[in-house]
Design a protein around this ligand. Structure first.
Ligand code: ZN
Length: 464
């Protein structure tokens, strides 16, 4: 009994001490501190740089749409910033070029050759992040204490352990997702940090969840026709339609994931990649420019129905860009770019193309570059920018030195003179001799993902 009483009096003593200390702290001070914390949080939610990658976007499609006032968000960015054709190179394959964009280096230095292990190799190979031999801008940002969020960027699987997050480019690949749901395969390396994946899964839209109105936004189909198409939805039947639906649902999911992470997982830089323009350009081009496909009988009815799929996709992407812009306001530097342009091939089934893989296509046609927002020089003429110039320019904008062993240069003319005066460019010889990026252990359990990547590349026509 006496022990209990002793305890009770001890508790009483503690309680009164706590009340006393609360009374000493000035409530107005507490409030100021809370306010400071609040403002720190809201400042952190604005990334310094927002990068939006639109695979395969070309001025050839954009220019007429701008004239018709159909791309208001891109137009605004262009008016307030600067823009140019973005030079690319051969082999003009998305994994190669997006890795050059990320590293500032050509494939000889970064080691990603597309769908084979080496330029002279004839065997198909899967480009994975553990094969990249050069540091990406997100690794370099981390070395300088800045965080990065990377979403759906080519060759980011397996997801590296970085300060920030990586939603790898296989996260939402459709057949894989089905198998993951049945627990047939592990998705351990799809997202870093691993725990993030569960919060992102509800934002993923499956191909069969597409609504009729969504289809009708892109194709001029009656309700009955749209219904018929949806009833036959599948990769084997009407593959062109399925590829469109898959690409659209994927981009829709990624845009929702991007907006969610922008708000709930702030990073100093956010880079998000959308692949749908590339997909629809490969398979719907003959409906948009039928004059290049005279040897095929493309009916007026088909042109009516599908002639605007590609252009409607750009219009939809412009809306997505707008959604991101409305969240970042004016404290962010914005970079919108593509890895290459597109042109008609004159042959089916790949009616649009950009490399030798699709015979008849222009090889390595120019992509697009739009820079706007904070520290960007309005109305500047950017001199022949190349895909390899993007990483050095990102580093300069983040006030980080640029490596001399990068193939690209800082697009200094695109930055305001005030910014350059305050933050003169600085250089280091290389980042590659520094502490290694934490190596990713590619275990047995990740192997099925490679098979699925192979399937994905086959369905895009990159691997025969
Ligand atoms: Zn591409």
């Amino acid at each position: 009994m006496s022990i209990l009483r002793k305890r009770a009096s001890l508790y009483l003593l503690f309680a009164s001490l706590i009340i006393l200390s609360l009374a000493i702290v000035r409530p107005d001070r507490l409030f100021t501190r809370w306010r400071e914390r609040e403002s720190l949080i809201s400042r952190a939610t604005v990334p310094k740089i927002l990068i939006i990658g639109l695979d395969g976007a070309t001025w050839r499609v954009i220019d007429p749409l701008l004239e018709q006032g159909k791309l208001p968000n891109l137009k605004l960015l262009m008016e307030k910033g600067c823009f140019a054709k973005l030079k690319t190179f051969s082999p003009c394959l998305s994994p190669v070029i997006w890795t050059s964009i990320a590293t500032g280096k050509l494939p000889e230095k970064h080691g990603i050759w597309g769908f084979k292990e080496a330029p002279e190799s004839t065997e198909p190979g899967i480009p994975t992040s553990d094969k990249r031999k050069a540091k990406a801008f997100w690794n370099i940002l981390n070395e300088y204490g800045k965080s990065a969020g990377i979403i759906n960027w080519w060759v980011t699987w397996p997801a590296e352990k970085i300060n920030g997050f990586i939603v790898s480019d296989i996260m939402q690949y459709y057949p894989r997702m089905e198998r993951a749901l049945k627990k047939e395969i592990s998705t351990k390396y799809d997202v870093y940090p691993e725990g993030l994946a569960d919060r992102l899964k509800p934002l993923i839209h499956r191909p069969d969840e597409i609504r009729m109105e969504e289809v009708q936004r892109f194709m001029r189909l009656s309700r009955d026709e749209a219904k018929k198409y949806l009833a036959k939805l599948g990769p084997k039947i009407n593959s062109i339609f399925f590829e469109f639906v898959n690409a659209y649902q994927l981009d829709k999911s990624m845009s929702e994931i991007g907006l969610y992470l922008l708000e709930n997982h702030p990073t100093d830089l956010l880079a998000i990649y959308f692949g749908g323009i590339d997909v629809v350009s490969h398979i719907y081009w003959h409906f948009m420019e039928p004059s290049y496909f005279k040897k095929y009988k493309i009916s007026r009815d088909e042109i009516e129905k599908f002639g605007w799929v590609i252009r409607n996709y750009y219009i939809w992407m412009d809306e997505i860009v707008g959604r991101f812009l409305s969240r970042v306001k004016k404290d962010t530097s914005i970079i919108i770019l593509s890895d290459h342009g597109f042109g008609p091939t004159g042959t089916l089934p790949w009616s649009g193309g950009h490399s030798k893989t699709h015979p008849g296509a222009p090889v390595a046609p120019d992509g697009i570059l739009i820079m706007s927002g904070k520290n960007i020089n309005q109305g500047a003429i950017i001199k022949e920018p190349r895909v390899i110039d993007i990483a050095p320019t990102i580093l300069a904008l983040m006030e980080i030195p640029v490596a001399q062993d990068m193939n690209g240069r800082v697009l200094i003319e695109a930055l305001t003179p005030e910014f350059i005066n305050e933050h003169p460019l600085s250089y280091v010889s290389s980042f590659e001799d520094r502490k290694e990026v934490e190596p990713i252990k590619t275990r047995e359990e990740t192997l099925p993902a490679k098979e699925e990547l192979l399937e994905k590349f086959k369905s895009l026509g990159y691997i025969q």
